[in-house]
Write a protein that binds this ligand. Structure first.
Ligand SMILES: NC(=O)C1=CN([C@@H]2O[C@H](COP(=O)(O)OP(=O)(O)OC[C@H]3O[C@@H](n4cnc5c(N)ncnc54)[C@H](O)[C@@H]3O)[C@@H](O)[C@H]2O)C=CC1
Ligand SMILES: O=C(O)[C@@H]1CCC=N1
Length: 282
């Protein structure tokens, strides 16, 4: 791969670029980025990672092997409409936009083309993303291998069916935010029961890291690991009882289902918008 082009230079693009450049997958100046109006973003990405800022789509996409669509779902139509004349037949499109189907992307650019939808998460910035990808039939072995290389450089990669990506988005795309939410609550409670801010922070983070590594390295189920912390009549039992009374287990399940439903809805809204626009043009 010689040139990687990002359409959109926000949080997700930054996390992927940060991972790729840290692993030396591509020479940073060969990574081109265009962003809508915020010039400071491009200057920041250039200073931080050595990418090449692009001002026009031609400059961004000419001779690019891969175009990464990294704008919000609501901006997909305008971004792809501006890019479509510069997207060549041998170029692969990677879209990270939540919910946006390959059919929608093909409809906007007006033809079938090689597309990979990817759902990484922001832990890509430290090489710890949990990414799922779905591939269409026009993607070559060589393109798939280049994409595996990119996403493996920023963490773990699973290949799934396109219709499973809404579930992935609800689980691992949004997932880091659920853990940060838990961390916020743990730190706040620690302060309220008498710990200094920095101690509360250190102990919370190490507890999350330790538990995550136990989940990864132990052959025991989460349920068994939890049981091992829980002495009969002890502190953990008292704490978990409150979580159960407040319905936290079911709340987490509802949270992930709702995030997944929202991913589906974002895609359906875009699809409706495309259909009504093309009906108006017909
Ligand atoms: N932030 C996250 O944790 C994750 C985000 N995603 C997906 O990644 C995509 C981007 O999300 P974020 O990076 O969080 O959003 P963001 O808002 O941080 O970045 C989007 C960027 O795209 C730019 N942009 C908008 N319209 C444009 C256009 N027409 N041409 C060029 N640039 C344009 C904006 O100026 C902005 O800098 C979304 O579709 C989201 O669903 C996927 C996985 C995780
Ligand atoms: O909140 C969002 O819509 C994006 C998709 C997954 C994570 N962030």
């Amino acid at each position: 791969m010689n040139k990687l082009a990002f359409i959109g230079g926000g949080s997700m693009a930054e996390a992927i670029i940060s991972g790729i450049t840290a692993k030396g997958i591509l020479n940073p100046p060969h990574i081109y980025v265009i962003n809508k109006s915020d010039r400071d973003r491009l200057e920041f990405l250039q200073k931080e990672f050595g990418i090449t800022p692009a001002r026009r789509m031609e400059e961004l996409l000419t001779q690019a092997d891969i175009a990464v669509l990294a704008v919000k779902p609501k901006d997909v139509i305008s971004a792809l409409s501006a890019a479509k004349d510069c997207i060549t037949d041998n170029m692969l499109i990677i879209s990270v936009a939540a919910g946006v189907s390959m059919a929608c992307i093909e409809k906007i650019i007006g033809r079938k083309t090689a597309i990979i939808r990817a759902m990484p998460n922001t832990s890509a910035a430290i090489g710890k993303s949990a990414t799922a990808i779905a591939v269409n039939e026009l993607v070559s072995e060589q393109q798939l291998s280049a994409v595996m290389n990119i996403f493996q450089s920023i963490g773990l990669v699973a290949i799934v069916e396109e219709q499973q990506l809404d579930a992935v988005t609800g689980l691992s795309g949004s997932g880091p935010a659920y853990i940060y939410y838990l961390a916020e609550a743990m730190m706040k409670s620690a302060q309220e029961i008498g710990l200094e801010d920095h101690t509360a922070k250190e102990l919370t983070i190490q507890t999350l890291i330790g538990a995550a590594e136990m989940l990864q390295t132990s052959s025991k189920s989460p349920q068994l690991l939890r049981k091992e912390v829980t002495s009969p009549g002890g502190t953990t039992e008292a704490g978990i009882k409150v979580l159960d009374q407040l319905g936290v287990y079911d709340a987490v399940i509802s949270c992930i289902k709702e995030a997944s439903r929202q991913s589906k809805e974002l895609g359906e809204n875009l699809s409706e918008q495309i259909h009504s626009q093309s009906a108006r043009l017909d």
